[in-house]
Write a protein that binds this ligand. Structure first.
Ligand code: NI
Length: 235
């Protein structure tokens, strides 16, 4: 399931982030991919450990916590620190699949403890747009699945999420700059089709509540939703 989540950030939040990002030092985006990805990736990123990336990343995570739609669709168990990228002057990212697991930045180890590495399984990929479609030409995110190819170019502040198992690419940016945040989520529900069913059931129940109120049938469906989640969630 691909899902467009509008208004994750306000226009003011986007403007504040862009002011900081437009003055930042970017590095070659190939710093965070393996051999295969490095062959097709031509863009720039904020260094993962930079104070700015960490500060803005925290703001993105706060905004996600305030988004019931993101929660309902991703069912996040953990989210990796958001990263930031920029494409301009023909930069592009050819067809690729995101790595299946990512090592998280290590927490400070307790004295005398080696500090076990923390890993995140990438179930859901997200791109949060920090620019408007009219700011640049090209730069469409193309996600390929069994229904064909889907083209995504959203207003600033909006987010797209899609299964990390999908092949995808970013078309060359031929005018202006495409600035986005991107990150991966390990979901409580690993299977994408189960996540999609839970999301559809959840949104249908919310819609029934709005039109019918909290009837016995709504209560019964809500019970069914939670029992399915209880069957499938790994927490
Ligand atoms: Ni990717």
């Amino acid at each position: 399931m691909m899902l467009h989540v509008p208004g994750v950030l306000t226009r003011e939040q986007v403007a504040e982030m862009r002011a900081a990002l437009d003055a930042a030092d970017w590095i070659d985006g190939r710093a965070t991919v393996g051999n295969l990805g490095a062959q097709v990736k031509r863009n720039r990123q904020l260094p993962e450990a930079s104070p700015l990336a960490q500060e803005l990343g925290r703001k993105v995570l706060q905004a996600l916590q305030a988004s019931p739609t993101f929660f309902a669709a991703a069912l996040p168990a953990r989210i990796c620190p958001p990263l930031f990228n920029c494409y301009a002057g023909g930069e592009t990212y050819g067809m690729h699949v995101d790595g299946s697991v990512r090592r998280l930045p290590s927490e400070p180890a307790a004295p005398g403890s080696p500090g076990a590495p923390q890993w995140l399984r990438t179930d859901v990929s997200s791109t949060l747009f920090l620019c408007d479609p009219e700011d640049y030409d090209g730069g469409e995110l193309i996600v390929s699945d069994t229904y064909g190819e889907h083209e995504v170019k959203l207003p600033a502040g909006d987010l797209i999420l899609y299964p990390s198992s999908s092949l995808h690419r970013v078309e060359p940016v031929t005018r202006g700059a495409r600035v986005c945040s991107f990150f991966w989520t390990q979901s409580m529900v690993r299977d994408a089709s189960r996540r999609a069913m839970l999301y559809e059931l959840d949104t249908t129940i919310q819609s029934l509540r709005r039109s019918l109120g909290d009837t016995q049938e709504v209560l019964s469906l809500t019970c069914h939703y939670h029992n399915l989640l209880r069957q499938w969630a790994e927490v």
